[in-house]
Design a protein around this ligand. Structure first.
Ligand code: HSE
Length: 437
Protein backbone atom coordinates (compact mmCIF):
# COMPACT_ATOMS: atom_id res chain seq x y z
CA UNK A 1 0.00 0.00 0.00
CA UNK A 2 1.14 3.56 -0.70
CA UNK A 3 2.49 5.45 2.32
CA UNK A 4 0.28 8.06 3.95
CA UNK A 5 1.64 11.51 3.22
CA UNK A 6 1.70 14.04 6.02
CA UNK A 7 2.00 17.80 5.68
CA UNK A 8 3.54 19.32 8.79
CA UNK A 9 2.89 22.93 9.77
CA UNK A 10 5.33 24.13 12.43
CA UNK A 11 8.52 22.53 13.73
CA UNK A 12 8.89 24.04 17.17
CA UNK A 13 8.88 21.97 20.37
CA UNK A 14 5.99 19.67 19.45
CA UNK A 15 6.68 19.67 15.70
CA UNK A 16 10.29 18.65 16.29
CA UNK A 17 9.12 15.92 18.67
CA UNK A 18 6.66 14.66 16.08
CA UNK A 19 9.40 14.34 13.43
CA UNK A 20 11.53 12.43 15.91
CA UNK A 21 8.81 10.04 17.11
CA UNK A 22 7.79 9.28 13.51
CA UNK A 23 11.45 8.54 12.77
CA UNK A 24 12.44 6.59 15.87
CA UNK A 25 9.29 4.46 15.94
CA UNK A 26 8.58 4.28 12.20
CA UNK A 27 8.43 0.47 12.04
CA UNK A 28 6.18 0.06 15.07
CA UNK A 29 3.88 2.85 13.93
CA UNK A 30 3.53 1.36 10.43
CA UNK A 31 2.68 -2.03 11.96
CA UNK A 32 -0.11 -0.39 13.88
CA UNK A 33 -1.40 1.91 11.16
CA UNK A 34 -1.19 -0.67 8.39
CA UNK A 35 0.76 1.74 6.18
CA UNK A 36 4.06 3.59 6.15
CA UNK A 37 3.72 7.16 7.34
CA UNK A 38 5.86 9.77 5.67
CA UNK A 39 6.23 13.51 6.22
CA UNK A 40 6.11 14.58 2.61
CA UNK A 41 6.06 18.34 3.07
CA UNK A 42 6.78 20.58 6.06
CA UNK A 43 6.65 24.31 6.59
CA UNK A 44 8.38 26.18 9.39
CA UNK A 45 9.88 29.63 9.76
CA UNK A 46 12.48 28.39 12.17
CA UNK A 47 13.57 25.00 13.33
CA UNK A 48 16.43 23.29 15.03
CA UNK A 49 18.65 21.69 12.35
CA UNK A 50 19.53 18.96 14.88
CA UNK A 51 15.97 17.53 14.98
CA UNK A 52 16.35 13.76 14.61
CA UNK A 53 14.63 12.62 11.42
CA UNK A 54 14.75 15.96 9.60
CA UNK A 55 16.50 14.29 6.65
CA UNK A 56 13.50 11.99 6.10
CA UNK A 57 11.13 14.89 5.34
CA UNK A 58 10.36 15.13 1.62
CA UNK A 59 10.42 18.91 1.35
CA UNK A 60 10.82 21.78 3.82
CA UNK A 61 9.86 25.38 3.12
CA UNK A 62 8.52 28.43 4.91
CA UNK A 63 5.25 28.36 3.00
CA UNK A 64 2.45 26.82 5.08
CA UNK A 65 -0.13 27.46 2.35
CA UNK A 66 1.90 25.39 -0.10
CA UNK A 67 1.68 22.43 2.30
CA UNK A 68 -2.08 22.80 2.65
CA UNK A 69 -2.54 23.09 -1.12
CA UNK A 70 -0.17 20.22 -1.93
CA UNK A 71 -2.31 17.58 -3.71
CA UNK A 72 -0.06 14.76 -2.44
CA UNK A 73 -0.86 15.43 1.22
CA UNK A 74 -3.46 13.23 2.94
CA UNK A 75 -3.24 14.56 6.51
CA UNK A 76 -2.21 18.05 7.61
CA UNK A 77 -0.66 18.33 11.09
CA UNK A 78 -1.12 21.82 12.49
CA UNK A 79 1.48 22.57 15.15
CA UNK A 80 1.82 26.32 14.69
CA UNK A 81 -0.46 27.18 17.62
CA UNK A 82 -2.47 30.35 18.19
CA UNK A 83 -5.57 31.46 16.32
CA UNK A 84 -4.27 32.92 13.08
CA UNK A 85 -3.08 31.76 10.59
CA UNK A 86 -3.75 28.34 12.16
CA UNK A 87 -7.52 28.69 11.74
CA UNK A 88 -7.36 29.75 8.09
CA UNK A 89 -4.88 26.97 7.28
CA UNK A 90 -6.98 24.29 9.01
CA UNK A 91 -10.16 25.44 7.27
CA UNK A 92 -8.38 25.51 3.93
CA UNK A 93 -6.97 22.01 4.50
CA UNK A 94 -10.50 20.78 5.24
CA UNK A 95 -11.82 22.50 2.12
CA UNK A 96 -9.16 20.62 0.16
CA UNK A 97 -10.51 17.35 1.59
CA UNK A 98 -7.55 16.73 3.87
CA UNK A 99 -7.80 15.33 7.37
CA UNK A 100 -6.29 17.44 10.12
CA UNK A 101 -4.41 16.61 13.30
CA UNK A 102 -3.81 19.49 15.69
CA UNK A 103 -2.42 20.12 19.18
CA UNK A 104 -3.98 23.58 19.20
CA UNK A 105 -6.27 23.82 22.25
CA UNK A 106 -6.89 27.54 21.80
CA UNK A 107 -8.06 26.97 18.24
CA UNK A 108 -10.35 24.07 19.16
CA UNK A 109 -11.78 25.76 22.27
CA UNK A 110 -12.65 28.95 20.41
CA UNK A 111 -13.30 27.84 16.85
CA UNK A 112 -13.90 24.11 17.18
CA UNK A 113 -17.65 24.33 16.48
CA UNK A 114 -17.00 26.00 13.13
CA UNK A 115 -14.05 23.74 12.28
CA UNK A 116 -15.96 20.52 13.08
CA UNK A 117 -18.97 21.67 11.05
CA UNK A 118 -16.68 22.31 8.08
CA UNK A 119 -15.00 18.92 8.54
CA UNK A 120 -18.35 17.14 8.66
CA UNK A 121 -19.45 18.91 5.50
CA UNK A 122 -16.34 17.68 3.71
CA UNK A 123 -16.33 14.20 5.30
CA UNK A 124 -12.93 14.58 6.95
CA UNK A 125 -11.67 14.18 10.50
CA UNK A 126 -10.10 16.78 12.76
CA UNK A 127 -8.21 14.99 15.54
CA UNK A 128 -6.99 16.84 18.62
CA UNK A 129 -5.75 14.38 21.26
CA UNK A 130 -2.63 16.46 21.92
CA UNK A 131 -4.71 19.55 22.71
CA UNK A 132 -5.56 18.36 26.23
CA UNK A 133 -3.11 17.06 28.84
CA UNK A 134 -0.21 16.49 26.43
CA UNK A 135 0.67 12.80 26.23
CA UNK A 136 -2.28 11.49 28.28
CA UNK A 137 -4.83 9.89 25.91
CA UNK A 138 -7.65 11.68 27.70
CA UNK A 139 -9.75 12.51 24.63
CA UNK A 140 -9.79 8.85 23.64
CA UNK A 141 -10.63 7.77 27.19
CA UNK A 142 -13.51 10.20 27.50
CA UNK A 143 -14.87 9.88 23.97
CA UNK A 144 -14.54 6.12 23.58
CA UNK A 145 -13.47 4.34 26.76
CA UNK A 146 -16.16 5.94 28.92
CA UNK A 147 -18.91 6.00 26.29
CA UNK A 148 -21.19 3.86 28.46
CA UNK A 149 -21.38 6.43 31.25
CA UNK A 150 -23.18 9.54 32.31
CA UNK A 151 -20.20 11.68 33.21
CA UNK A 152 -20.84 13.35 36.57
CA UNK A 153 -17.75 15.50 36.92
CA UNK A 154 -14.15 15.99 35.83
CA UNK A 155 -11.35 17.61 37.81
CA UNK A 156 -7.96 17.96 36.19
CA UNK A 157 -4.49 19.36 36.60
CA UNK A 158 -4.27 20.34 32.96
CA UNK A 159 -1.52 22.90 32.82
CA UNK A 160 1.96 21.52 33.37
CA UNK A 161 3.65 24.88 33.74
CA UNK A 162 1.26 25.99 36.47
CA UNK A 163 1.62 22.69 38.30
CA UNK A 164 5.41 22.93 38.04
CA UNK A 165 5.35 26.44 39.54
CA UNK A 166 3.03 25.45 42.40
CA UNK A 167 5.10 22.34 43.16
CA UNK A 168 8.41 24.17 43.23
CA UNK A 169 6.96 27.01 45.35
CA UNK A 170 5.39 24.54 47.78
CA UNK A 171 8.20 22.00 48.07
CA UNK A 172 11.27 24.16 47.75
CA UNK A 173 9.98 27.65 48.55
CA UNK A 174 11.27 28.82 45.16
CA UNK A 175 10.38 32.16 43.65
CA UNK A 176 7.49 32.27 41.16
CA UNK A 177 9.41 34.08 38.39
CA UNK A 178 12.47 31.80 38.58
CA UNK A 179 10.35 28.67 38.20
CA UNK A 180 8.39 30.18 35.32
CA UNK A 181 11.65 31.04 33.50
CA UNK A 182 12.76 27.43 33.94
CA UNK A 183 9.46 26.09 32.55
CA UNK A 184 9.92 28.35 29.53
CA UNK A 185 13.47 27.12 28.98
CA UNK A 186 12.23 23.51 29.11
CA UNK A 187 9.64 24.25 26.40
CA UNK A 188 6.61 23.71 28.66
CA UNK A 189 5.25 27.25 28.76
CA UNK A 190 2.97 28.84 26.19
CA UNK A 191 4.38 31.57 23.92
CA UNK A 192 2.54 34.01 26.21
CA UNK A 193 3.14 32.63 29.72
CA UNK A 194 0.07 34.52 30.99
CA UNK A 195 -1.89 31.73 29.28
CA UNK A 196 -0.34 29.29 31.76
CA UNK A 197 -0.30 31.33 34.97
CA UNK A 198 -3.66 33.07 34.48
CA UNK A 199 -5.44 29.81 33.67
CA UNK A 200 -6.35 30.56 30.04
CA UNK A 201 -4.58 27.48 28.70
CA UNK A 202 -6.32 25.30 31.31
CA UNK A 203 -9.65 26.93 30.41
CA UNK A 204 -9.11 26.06 26.74
CA UNK A 205 -8.55 22.43 27.72
CA UNK A 206 -11.45 22.36 30.18
CA UNK A 207 -13.77 23.76 27.52
CA UNK A 208 -12.89 20.77 25.34
CA UNK A 209 -13.28 18.25 28.18
CA UNK A 210 -16.66 19.73 29.19
CA UNK A 211 -18.05 19.38 25.67
CA UNK A 212 -16.80 15.81 25.37
CA UNK A 213 -18.22 14.91 28.77
CA UNK A 214 -21.66 16.44 28.47
CA UNK A 215 -22.29 16.58 24.73
CA UNK A 216 -22.55 20.35 24.37
CA UNK A 217 -21.01 22.78 21.90
CA UNK A 218 -17.66 24.34 22.85
CA UNK A 219 -18.24 27.46 24.97
CA UNK A 220 -14.90 28.91 26.02
CA UNK A 221 -16.36 32.33 26.86
CA UNK A 222 -18.51 30.81 29.62
CA UNK A 223 -15.62 29.11 31.43
CA UNK A 224 -14.72 30.89 34.67
CA UNK A 225 -10.95 31.44 34.75
CA UNK A 226 -8.68 32.35 37.65
CA UNK A 227 -4.91 31.85 37.65
CA UNK A 228 -2.23 31.08 40.22
CA UNK A 229 -0.43 34.41 40.29
CA UNK A 230 -2.21 35.39 43.52
CA UNK A 231 -1.23 32.25 45.44
CA UNK A 232 0.97 33.09 48.41
CA UNK A 233 3.42 30.78 50.16
CA UNK A 234 1.65 31.26 53.51
CA UNK A 235 -1.63 29.91 52.09
CA UNK A 236 0.19 26.86 50.72
CA UNK A 237 1.62 26.30 54.23
CA UNK A 238 -1.69 26.92 56.07
CA UNK A 239 -3.51 24.60 53.69
CA UNK A 240 -0.89 21.91 54.37
CA UNK A 241 -1.41 22.35 58.15
CA UNK A 242 -5.08 21.56 57.58
CA UNK A 243 -4.31 18.48 55.46
CA UNK A 244 -4.83 20.08 52.04
CA UNK A 245 -2.77 20.72 48.94
CA UNK A 246 -3.41 23.68 46.65
CA UNK A 247 -3.69 22.62 43.00
CA UNK A 248 -4.73 24.60 39.96
CA UNK A 249 -7.72 22.61 38.74
CA UNK A 250 -10.07 22.68 35.82
CA UNK A 251 -13.43 21.45 37.07
CA UNK A 252 -16.59 20.66 35.15
CA UNK A 253 -19.66 19.17 36.81
CA UNK A 254 -23.22 18.43 35.79
CA UNK A 255 -25.79 19.78 38.24
CA UNK A 256 -29.58 20.02 38.02
CA UNK A 257 -29.23 23.76 37.33
CA UNK A 258 -26.59 23.49 34.60
CA UNK A 259 -22.95 22.70 33.91
CA UNK A 260 -20.15 24.11 36.03
CA UNK A 261 -17.08 25.13 34.04
CA UNK A 262 -14.33 26.63 36.17
CA UNK A 263 -10.56 26.90 36.43
CA UNK A 264 -9.09 28.14 39.70
CA UNK A 265 -6.66 27.26 42.50
CA UNK A 266 -8.33 24.65 44.69
CA UNK A 267 -7.67 23.10 48.09
CA UNK A 268 -7.95 19.33 47.82
CA UNK A 269 -7.36 16.72 50.51
CA UNK A 270 -3.75 15.55 50.49
CA UNK A 271 -4.81 11.92 50.67
CA UNK A 272 -6.26 12.06 47.14
CA UNK A 273 -3.92 10.60 44.51
CA UNK A 274 -4.34 13.69 42.36
CA UNK A 275 -3.07 15.90 45.20
CA UNK A 276 0.30 14.19 44.76
CA UNK A 277 0.66 14.92 41.06
CA UNK A 278 3.68 17.18 40.92
CA UNK A 279 5.95 19.06 38.56
CA UNK A 280 4.98 19.26 34.93
CA UNK A 281 2.80 16.15 35.21
CA UNK A 282 -0.93 16.39 34.51
CA UNK A 283 -3.75 14.26 35.85
CA UNK A 284 -7.44 14.10 35.06
CA UNK A 285 -9.97 12.55 37.41
CA UNK A 286 -13.26 11.59 35.77
CA UNK A 287 -16.33 10.38 37.62
CA UNK A 288 -18.68 8.26 35.51
CA UNK A 289 -21.89 6.83 36.94
CA UNK A 290 -21.16 3.25 35.89
CA UNK A 291 -17.38 3.09 36.23
CA UNK A 292 -16.96 5.36 39.27
CA UNK A 293 -13.85 7.53 39.50
CA UNK A 294 -11.00 6.93 37.04
CA UNK A 295 -7.68 8.76 37.06
CA UNK A 296 -5.39 9.46 34.10
CA UNK A 297 -1.82 10.60 34.75
CA UNK A 298 1.13 11.54 32.59
CA UNK A 299 3.28 14.26 31.08
CA UNK A 300 1.10 17.22 30.16
CA UNK A 301 3.67 19.12 28.13
CA UNK A 302 7.00 18.69 26.39
CA UNK A 303 8.17 17.63 22.95
CA UNK A 304 8.03 13.85 23.03
CA UNK A 305 4.93 13.32 25.23
CA UNK A 306 2.87 15.74 23.16
CA UNK A 307 4.24 14.21 19.96
CA UNK A 308 3.09 10.83 21.26
CA UNK A 309 -0.50 12.12 21.21
CA UNK A 310 -0.09 13.77 17.80
CA UNK A 311 1.23 10.56 16.25
CA UNK A 312 -1.51 8.49 17.90
CA UNK A 313 -4.01 10.72 16.12
CA UNK A 314 -2.16 10.24 12.83
CA UNK A 315 -2.44 6.46 13.31
CA UNK A 316 -6.15 6.77 14.16
CA UNK A 317 -6.87 8.89 11.10
CA UNK A 318 -4.82 6.55 8.89
CA UNK A 319 -6.79 3.53 10.10
CA UNK A 320 -10.05 5.38 9.40
CA UNK A 321 -9.11 6.58 5.90
CA UNK A 322 -11.03 3.78 4.26
CA UNK A 323 -13.99 3.70 6.66
CA UNK A 324 -17.49 5.03 6.08
CA UNK A 325 -17.33 8.73 6.91
CA UNK A 326 -20.70 8.61 8.74
CA UNK A 327 -19.49 5.98 11.14
CA UNK A 328 -16.36 7.64 12.46
CA UNK A 329 -16.06 8.63 16.12
CA UNK A 330 -17.82 12.02 16.37
CA UNK A 331 -15.56 15.00 17.08
CA UNK A 332 -17.28 15.89 20.36
CA UNK A 333 -18.10 12.31 21.44
CA UNK A 334 -21.85 12.66 20.79
CA UNK A 335 -23.51 12.58 17.37
CA UNK A 336 -23.58 16.18 16.09
CA UNK A 337 -27.41 16.37 16.04
CA UNK A 338 -27.44 15.11 19.63
CA UNK A 339 -25.38 17.98 21.06
CA UNK A 340 -27.51 19.92 23.51
CA UNK A 341 -27.05 23.48 24.60
CA UNK A 342 -27.35 22.92 28.35
CA UNK A 343 -26.78 26.13 30.30
CA UNK A 344 -23.35 26.77 31.79
CA UNK A 345 -23.81 27.99 35.37
CA UNK A 346 -22.65 31.51 36.16
CA UNK A 347 -19.96 31.40 38.86
CA UNK A 348 -22.29 33.13 41.35
CA UNK A 349 -24.47 30.00 41.33
CA UNK A 350 -21.66 27.46 41.69
CA UNK A 351 -21.59 25.77 45.11
CA UNK A 352 -18.21 24.98 46.66
CA UNK A 353 -16.56 24.95 50.05
CA UNK A 354 -13.99 27.66 50.81
CA UNK A 355 -10.69 28.38 52.50
CA UNK A 356 -10.65 31.97 53.77
CA UNK A 357 -7.76 33.96 55.22
CA UNK A 358 -8.61 37.22 56.95
CA UNK A 359 -6.08 39.59 58.49
CA UNK A 360 -7.81 40.98 61.57
CA UNK A 361 -6.98 43.03 64.63
CA UNK A 362 -5.94 40.83 67.56
CA UNK A 363 -8.73 42.01 69.89
CA UNK A 364 -11.62 40.40 71.80
CA UNK A 365 -14.80 40.01 69.77
CA UNK A 366 -13.21 40.30 66.29
CA UNK A 367 -13.41 36.61 65.49
CA UNK A 368 -16.99 36.53 66.76
CA UNK A 369 -17.97 39.40 64.45
CA UNK A 370 -16.49 37.62 61.42
CA UNK A 371 -18.13 34.33 62.36
CA UNK A 372 -21.38 36.27 62.88
CA UNK A 373 -21.34 37.63 59.32
CA UNK A 374 -20.74 34.16 57.92
CA UNK A 375 -23.64 32.85 60.02
CA UNK A 376 -25.97 35.66 58.88
CA UNK A 377 -25.13 34.84 55.26
CA UNK A 378 -26.02 31.19 55.85
CA UNK A 379 -22.41 29.97 55.68
CA UNK A 380 -21.42 27.15 57.97
CA UNK A 381 -17.84 27.11 59.33
CA UNK A 382 -16.04 23.77 59.34
CA UNK A 383 -12.78 24.86 60.97
CA UNK A 384 -11.24 28.07 62.24
CA UNK A 385 -7.66 28.80 63.31
CA UNK A 386 -5.85 31.87 64.53
CA UNK A 387 -2.26 31.92 63.28
CA UNK A 388 0.67 33.60 65.00
CA UNK A 389 1.09 37.29 64.11
CA UNK A 390 4.29 38.55 62.50
CA UNK A 391 6.63 39.93 65.17
CA UNK A 392 5.32 43.22 66.58
CA UNK A 393 2.17 43.08 64.45
CA UNK A 394 -1.19 43.91 66.03
CA UNK A 395 -2.99 41.91 63.34
CA UNK A 396 -3.30 38.13 63.06
CA UNK A 397 -4.21 35.83 60.19
CA UNK A 398 -7.49 33.99 60.76
CA UNK A 399 -7.88 30.91 58.61
CA UNK A 400 -11.31 29.37 58.08
CA UNK A 401 -12.73 26.46 56.15
CA UNK A 402 -16.42 26.64 55.28
CA UNK A 403 -18.98 24.17 54.04
CA UNK A 404 -20.42 24.33 50.54
CA UNK A 405 -22.31 27.49 49.67
CA UNK A 406 -23.22 29.30 46.42
CA UNK A 407 -20.45 31.68 45.38
CA UNK A 408 -22.84 34.67 45.34
CA UNK A 409 -23.55 34.14 49.05
CA UNK A 410 -19.82 33.96 49.78
CA UNK A 411 -19.19 37.14 47.76
CA UNK A 412 -21.67 39.02 49.96
CA UNK A 413 -20.10 37.71 53.16
CA UNK A 414 -16.58 38.60 51.99
CA UNK A 415 -17.64 42.14 51.06
CA UNK A 416 -19.11 42.61 54.56
CA UNK A 417 -16.01 41.17 56.27
CA UNK A 418 -13.71 43.42 54.24
CA UNK A 419 -15.80 46.41 55.40
CA UNK A 420 -15.12 45.72 59.08
CA UNK A 421 -12.80 48.27 60.66
CA UNK A 422 -10.97 45.49 62.46
CA UNK A 423 -10.10 43.77 59.16
CA UNK A 424 -7.27 44.91 56.97
CA UNK A 425 -6.73 44.26 53.25
CA UNK A 426 -8.63 41.78 51.15
CA UNK A 427 -9.93 38.42 52.26
CA UNK A 428 -8.03 35.59 50.55
CA UNK A 429 -10.52 33.06 49.20
CA UNK A 430 -9.55 29.71 47.71
CA UNK A 431 -12.23 27.24 46.70
CA UNK A 432 -12.10 23.78 48.16
CA UNK A 433 -13.25 20.44 46.71
CA UNK A 434 -13.32 17.04 48.42
CA UNK A 435 -13.09 15.16 45.06
CA UNK A 436 -14.72 12.19 46.75
CA UNK A 437 -15.55 9.31 44.45
N1 HSE B 1 1.79 25.26 28.32
C1 HSE B 1 1.09 24.01 28.40
C2 HSE B 1 1.33 23.43 29.77
C3 HSE B 1 1.61 23.08 27.33
O1 HSE B 1 2.19 23.91 30.49
O2 HSE B 1 0.61 22.52 30.15
C4 HSE B 1 0.72 21.92 27.07
O3 HSE B 1 -0.53 22.30 26.60
Amino acid sequence: MEPVNLGLLGMGTVGGGTVTVLTDNAGEIARRAGREIHIAHAAAHQYDPQIRGLERIGRISKDASAVVEDPDIDIVIELIGGYSPAKELVLRAIEQGKHVVTANKALIALHGNEIFAAARGRGVTVAFEAAVAGGIPIIKALREGLAANHIEWIAGIINGTGNYILTEMGDKGRDFDAVLAEAQALGYAEADPAFDVEGIDAAHKLTILGSLAFGMPLQFAKTYTEGISGIQAQDVAYAADLGYQIKHLGITRKTDQGIEMRVHPTLIPRRRLIANVNGVMNAVLIKGDAVGPTLYYGAGAGAMPTASAVVADVVDVTRALTTDRDNRVPHLAFQPDELSDVPVLPMEQVRTAYYLRVIALDQPGVMARIAGILGEEGISIEAIQQKAPAQGDTHVPLVMLTRRVPEGQMNRAIARIENLESVTGQVVRIRMEPLAG
